[in-house]
Design a protein around this ligand. Sequence first.
Ligand SMILES: Cc1ncc(C[n+]2csc(CCOP(=O)(O)OP(=O)(O)O)c2C)c(N)n1
Ligand SMILES: [Mg+2]
Length: 291
Amino acid sequence: MTSDKEAKVADLRSQANKARWHILSTVTSSKAGHIGGPLSATDLLVSLYFSELNIDPADPHKADRDRFILSKGHSAIGLYSVLALRGYFPVEELATFDHAESRLQGHPDMRLTPGVDASTGSLGMGLSIGIGISIAAKKQARDFHTFVIIGDGESQEGQVWEAVQMAPRYKLDNLTAIFDLNGLQQYGWQEGESDRFDRSEPMGHIDLEAVMRGFGWNVISINGNDIDEILTAFDQNRALRDSGKPTAILAHTTKGAGISFTAGTFKWHNGIATDEQLATARAELIEGASK
Ligand SMILES: Cc1ncc(C[n+]2csc(CCOP(=O)(O)OP(=O)(O)O)c2C)c(N)n1
Ligand SMILES: [Mg+2]
């Protein structure tokens, strides 16, 4: 890594630590919300908003801004934390998360929140929205890119696959789908049922790389919790802008990544931290953070 890139990665890691702290502490004080999905996507969201997207927080509706769609809309608090850190609204506003009058509802609402380009939360729809935006951009000869983050549990929705087969047909090289492959969705099996087939890997039995290539997409596979790898993937993706194909970034992540007690378990799909857990997370992310 060049020293410039090292400095950039270090800066983004520090933003990701802050975002993770906001995710856990905000959901805990609001007493509602998701933890594991926002944490698996944090490094992707930070890398998009602090490095990749052509956006202006002072002008959220800028005409030719890049578009971002959080198709796994239950991870809204992850998006809000990054939008706040990026300057779309004050970090203090996160404390209103999920309150009835708040601009920051439990799932993203494009009518309310500055920086949110699509309302999501009913899983399976984001890639279709991204295709519509990308086709419109092509028809109007406008030069912006659309990114969509999709969950692996979400990818069990049929609409995702209708969209996957449609995007290459329209040669949407202005569209990137990022699959957050954290290997978990909402629930595991009850204890004692572990001899049944394994629910922990929603897409684990599928060779997604071969499938996406077969549908006609470019494919880049990375560790989606490694900011250096994410930035490299974005560089490669930019080099594919005239390829005539959409690109899938297969981001292998850990659900609950970045906090010791939330990592790698469906049990923190949502949840509220105890005071002791908050102190542990604060020590890992803010006070003792060396990474
Ligand atoms: C259409 C629809 N069905 C069910 C749900 C309820 N739900 C919310 S999150 C979730 C699990 C999603 O798993 P995944 O896509 O893997 O997300 P992540 O692991 O990133 O949290 C489910 C079933 C929903 N929001 N929308
Ligand atoms: Mg998942």
